[in-house]
Design a protein around this ligand. Structure first.
Ligand code: ZN
Length: 210
């Protein structure tokens, strides 16, 4: 959903040429309120929101890097590794995973003495509300799909609850549980549906961020 890499060249004031890696953001995406009307993209970037987005998209292990980059500018990956006492390969791997979602970006500068390139990283905090909104919408659509499945199927379950399957599939097993052999019976899924509806309402009213 998030689009292709675009690589642009920038000339800095001190005439060092650097690559700035940027990505084009999906412009079709619009923030909406609970009534589906387009609203401003401004949303508070809280620590809770940052943690949620980074954990969901990349994983908890990337949080220390983000927390370290917060409020800093153009930090070398070697510094990050040193300060966080992590292997440089692990740091790079996490940074590239964060880059996939534009949570971070980097510039490459040539070290004039050593002659090699070093990447300097920034945390793009402005991406956080955008990504949180995408996550919310994707969860809503998954829950709607699940609710539809619950509405359109009759589910069968065995007494010890080892399996739960739709009618057609349970017929294949002659209504006998493939795990324990007990007879499966029709399950009232109204509680399951209520739970999904409740989750949907919370996500749609933005009471929950995840
Ligand atoms: Zn069973």
């Amino acid at each position: 959903m998030i689009d292709t890499d675009v690589r642009k060249l920038f000339i800095l004031e001190d005439s060092i040429q650097v690559d700035r890696h940027v990505r084009v953001i999906d412009n079709s995406f619009i923030f909406t309120n609970e009534k589906g009307k387009a609203i401003s993209k401004k949303q508070k970037i809280t620590n809770e929101l940052i943690t949620h987005v980074v954990t969901e998209l990349v994983g908890e292990e990337a949080l220390s890097i983000i927390n370290y980059l917060k409020g800093k500018k153009q930090i070398s990956e070697f510094i990050i590794a040193e300060e966080l006492d992590l292997e440089i390969h692990l740091v790079r791997n996490l940074l590239y995973r964060l880059l996939e979602f534009n949570i971070v970006s980097f510039i490459r500068k040539k070290d004039r003495i050593k002659g090699w390139y070093i990447c300097y990283w920034d945390f793009n905090d402005h991406m956080v509300p955008y990504l949180a909104e995408k996550l919310r919408l994707s969860k809503i659509s998954k829950l709607k799909e699940r609710l539809e499945k619950e509405d359109n199927n009759t589910f069968y379950m065995c007494r010890t609850a080892c399996v739960r399957m739709p009618f057609e599939k349970s017929m294949e097993f002659n209504f006998k549980c493939p795990e324990c052999g007990n007879l499966m019976h029709e399950q009232d899924n109204s509680r399951t549906k209520e739970f999904i509806v409740h989750q949907l309402k919370e996500l749609e009213s933005k009471k929950k961020i995840c």
